[in-house]
Design a protein around this ligand. Structure first.
Ligand SMILES: [Zn+2]
Length: 161
């Protein structure tokens, strides 16, 4: 086993390059929101990350996540990346499911769904992340989203109820 041995580009049969030699995973982390009193109060929030301007699709909002290492399952990979990027404490979140977001055979992206306590502390830990924000489920589409996440979000939103 080697840490970060999944880092690298895949030349995919779809004609694009994707990051993650063994695929990639993102953490869709939910919490019960404190609520915005101006829009009816508490709801469920999702943790979004603003990708730094110099990164691929920089300036867009997406999920913490990244390449899966060879020895990891997708849950382990998503939780590790969320710790590395956003200081999400893996032992404080409860994984509630996963959903295959992209399957190009040569490369896959999996969304790992998890629930955090309302008072969980997060903070950007890498220069790839400009900001972290808890966003109400109905407010996600108001942000400029990473294109792949924008495509996946309606299906994920439906699943969340
Ligand atoms: Zn592809």
């Amino acid at each position: 086993m080697a840490a970060h041995d999944g880092n690298g580009w895949v030349e995919c049969r779809c004609g694009q390059r994707h990051w993650g030699l063994h695929g990639a995973a993102g953490l869709l982390l939910l919490r019960d929101g404190a609520g915005d009193p101006t829009d009816g109060g508490a709801g469920t929030d999702v943790l979004l990350q603003l990708r730094a301007g110099w990164t691929h699709e920089g300036g867009s909002w997406g999920l913490p996540g990244g390449a899966r290492d060879s020895h990891e399952d997708v849950v382990t990979a998503a939780l590790r990346e969320a710790w590395e990027e956003a200081a999400v404490p893996a032992d404080a979140v409860a994984v509630i499911g996963s959903r295959l977001g992209v399957d190009h055979v040569d490369w896959r992206y999996t969304y790992v769904l998890a629930k955090a306590p309302a008072d969980v502390a997060v903070a950007p830990r890498t220069e790839e992340s400009d900001e972290l924000r808890w966003v109400g489920l109905d407010d996600v589409t108001a942000l400029p989203l990473h294109p792949a996440f924008a495509r996946a979000w309606p299906g994920l939103r439906d699943e969340l109820g």
